[in-house]
Write a protein that binds this ligand. Structure first.
Ligand code: AMP
Length: 433
């Protein structure tokens, strides 16, 4: 299968060749021909599957190749809106969009919180064709009447499940309320909880459903390694593992912001070039850390789940779960940063005895057994107890038992998570990411 067979215009095919993409990913093969017809679409795909191109290419083709550009004297107003849960994802989607539009005339901008309104207002005033936005900041612009959404022809909801998890449902409803009814809506989500289906039923017209393989297929080229270790010895073990190949770029997941800072300081002290990325860091610091990591100036990036969400880091050789996530689903999101687009990846988890029940959930979700590998000198004093109670991290999120997917089917709605809306987050950009 090649991109030529998907019905894409030469200007887009050239951009793909420039990017070095030879073959479409499964979600691209499935979604592009459908989206090109102009039909609404619900697509099941997670980060790392190539989903950005799956919506960006048809969007560019429909709006900028197949239809005439706006009249020269008319004011340019946004024709497409792409909503993403986090600033980082917005920035990355925008970068990808620009790369795919390399041979097409298109003006675009990003709208997200944590940075000044001024430059965004200026960009909007000058006129743009495509907006990539997080819901909170977009609402701010709507309230100040600095954005005109009356010309939107295509709406993309990217990582819709994550937007709901982050409490953006009220904001999304408000935004949907002002968009023209005549439009194409493309909804991308890793999972289809009831709330997603409700949005689809309410705001989409007869959407085509596109789902690629099993949700966990993303991990096919990934080797999972679990090292049992006491919590107190995790940082020494991590140092030991990282020291074996200190040039290897590694993304390390920490459950808490505080833990991420402490761990980064520790690794830095032992000579590893490390940065931390989480919600208490300013936007500038986060962007800088990501850039330094991508440029190889920093070899270890310690991140919390939400901050790492959607990070576009190509072919990362190794991801480390310093703490296991409280929700098995997040394990799949985390390791989606390694083993991308066919490359081999390694997912290493440091698991304390009390975390064993979380590992059990992960194995159930992956439908895969993961062997335990003790590292000499770091073995815990007691064996992992898979039948024990799930540990609590003291946050409401840890009680989202309803989020745990059933072993044999798509994830069920996480009622608990949806009940604890954080409506204030609809008012401004998320702070916790
Ligand atoms: P995404 O899921 O959109 O975040 O994409 C994951 C990564 O795969 C990004 O770094 C893309 O640049 C890359 N990618 C997307 N489509 C392809 C493709 N057809 N071939 C190779 N790499 C791709």
């Amino acid at each position: 299968m090649s991109f030529d067979t998907l019905g894409l215009a030469p200007a887009l095919l050239r951009a793909l060749a420039d990017q070095g993409y030879a073959t479409p990913t499964p979600i691209q093969s499935a979604a592009i021909p459908v989206a090109l017809t102009g039909r609404d679409m619900l697509a099941g795909a997670q980060t790392g599957t190539g989903k950005t191109a799956a919506f960006a290419l048809p969007l560019l083709q429909r709006l900028f190749v197949e239809t005439a550009p706006a009249a020269a004297n008319g004011k340019r107003r946004p024709r497409a809106l792409i909503l993403t849960p986090t600033r980082e994802l917005a920035a990355q989607v925008h970068d990808s969009l620009r790369a795919y539009a390399k041979h097409i005339k298109m003006f675009s901008t990003t709208i997200f919180g944590g940075v000044g309104m001024g430059p965004q207002v200026d960009a909007l005033r000058r006129g743009v064709d495509v907006l990539v936005a997080t819901p909170g900041r977009l609402i701010d612009h709507m309230e100040r009447r600095t954005v005109d959404l009356s010309g939107i022809e295509i709406l993309v909801l990217d990582e819709a499940d994550r937007m709901l998890d982050m409490g953006f449902l009220p904001a999304i409803r408000r935004i949907l309320g002002v968009l023209p009814k005549q439009r194409q809506t493309l909804l991308f989500s890793a999972t289809f909880a009831d709330e997603i289906k409700k949005i689809a039923a309410q705001f989409m017209r007869d959407p085509a459903e596109v789902q690629v393989a099993a949700r966990n297929s993303v991990v096919a080229t990934i080797t999972h390694r679990v090292h049992p270790v006491e919590t107190a010895r995790k940082r020494d073990l991590l140092l030991h593992l990282l020291a074996q190949d200190s040039r290897r770029q590694t993304l390390v997941f920490s459950r808490t912001k505080h833990g991420a800072n402490k761990l980064a300081d520790f690794l830095e002290k032992y000579g590893l070039r490390t940065a931390a990325i989480h919600g208490n860091k300013s936007q500038g610091a986060r962007t800088k850390a990501l850039k330094e990591f991508k440029d190889g100036k920093v070899t270890v990036l310690v991140a919390t789940d939400i901050a790492a969400r959607g990070l576009d880091i190509d072919q990362l050789p190794m991801v480390v779960n310093y703490d296991l996530p409280m929700v098995a689903e997040d394990y799949v999101h985390r390791i989606g940063r390694t083993g991308r687009a066919g490359a081999e990846g390694l997912a290493v988890s440091l698991v304390a005895p009390e975390e064993a029940p979380l590992l059990r959930d992960i194995k159930r979700l992956l439908k895969q057994d993961i062997a335990l590998e003790n590292i000499a000198g770091y073995e815990p004093s007691r064996p992992l107890n898979f039948d024990g109670p799930r540990p609590s991290n003291g946050k409401p999120r840890s009680t989202n038992h309803a989020r745990r997917p059933h072993a044999n089917g798509p994830k069920k709605p996480h009622a608990a998570a949806n009940k604890q809306h954080r409506p204030w987050q609809g008012k401004r950009d998320q702070r916790k990411a």
